[in-house]
Design a protein around this ligand. Structure first.
Ligand SMILES: Nc1ncnc2c1ncn2[C@@H]1O[C@H](COP(=O)(O)OP(=O)(O)OP(=O)(O)O)[C@@H](O)[C@H]1O
Ligand SMILES: [Mg+2]
Length: 261
């Protein structure tokens, strides 16, 4: 009898269950009124001109738009590689817009993975050592580092290339090492700026399959691309023009045969 009363009281005090019709996933990226201005006067360039954008946990987004429209500038801000001139950037609910360099470096290491078109691996280090590097900065214990690096390289299908240096790997393999390096600290957000831009079409497919698998495992992925075929593999396309988001929820069907200038 007493048990029933206690459990009744617990039920009465429990928070109301979320209404599934309005429930949203946590927001990982919230850009609010972001401006990035280079130069001044006659030479002023508004690389970002009042950008507002939110990306929820678990999304797989492509960013598209003409050359010079602000895609890389937006990615560099999302990746804490650069700061906006004004506005707020909430990454995983923390406003990082005006943090100093060492705070941004800390956030990058803990929360973000970045993949670039040109891989940016250290040439004198093996695949394994390249992937271990971010864990040293993140203070992961030495005996755990190798285990986690091997696991990440297995995830991208490179368990047989651990001791190869970048110049002993193909372009696609180097990009897979870069992806392993980007995920090894278990980021909340994986950003990729034209990750297939330097790859042939077969290798592009391999890399895209890895991004899809990572996204299915729960990682939020944002990728800049010029290629409609690449964007079609994502769930949502954000379109930039002249430093602004002109459409934030295009679907792969919407872009159809759209040409990107
Ligand atoms: N460091 C800088 N100094 C001055 N202007 C810059 C700087 N970086 C970018 N810009 C300008 O800001 C605008 C947006 O550049 P951004 O690199 O973001 O374009 P993008 O959309 O990534 O283009 P692309 O598709 O060619 O990579 C461009 O007009 C560019 O010239
Ligand atoms: Mg760019």
């Amino acid at each position: 009898m007493e048990k029933t009363l206690i459990s009744d009281a617990l039920v009465r005090n429990a928070p109301a269950p979320p209404d599934s019709s309005v429930a949203h996933k946590p927001i990982i990226v919230r850009l609010e009124n972001i401006f990035k201005i280079y130069g001044s006067g006659e030479t002023e360039v508004r690389a970002l001109n009042n950008v507002n954008l939110t990306i929820e946990q678990g999304e797989y987004c492509a960013i598209m738009g003409p050359s010079g429209s602000g895609k890389s500038t937006a990615m560099n801000i999302m990746g804490c590689l650069d700061r906006p001139s004004s506005g707020h950037y909430y990454l995983d609910d923390v406003d990082v817009a005006q943090m100093d360099d060492s705070q941004l470096a800390h956030i990058r290491n803990k929360k973000l993975g970045f993949v670039f078109q040109q891989f940016h691996l250290l040439p004198q280090l093996t695949a394994l050592e390249n992937v271990i590097l971010p864990m040293i900065y993140a203070d992961i214990k030495a005996d755990e580092r190798k285990e986690r690096a091997v696991e990440a390289l297995k995830r991208v299908g490179l368990e047989r290339r651990l001791n190869n240096k970048p110049n002993q790997l193909s372009g696609g393999q180097q990009q897979r090492v870069a992806i392993a390096r980007a995920i090894v600290n278990r980021p909340v957000l994986l950003l990729a700026d034209e990750p297939t831009g330097a790859l042939d079409s077969r290798t592009t497919q391999e890399v895209l399959e890895i991004f899809s698998e990572l996204n299915l495992s729960g990682i939020t992925v944002v990728m800049v691309t010029h290629e409609p075929d690449v964007a079609r593999k994502t769930q949502r396309i954000v379109w930039f023009r002249d430093g602004q988001v002109v459409d934030s929820h295009l679907t792969p069907d919407d872009i159809g045969q759209m040409a990107v200038s």
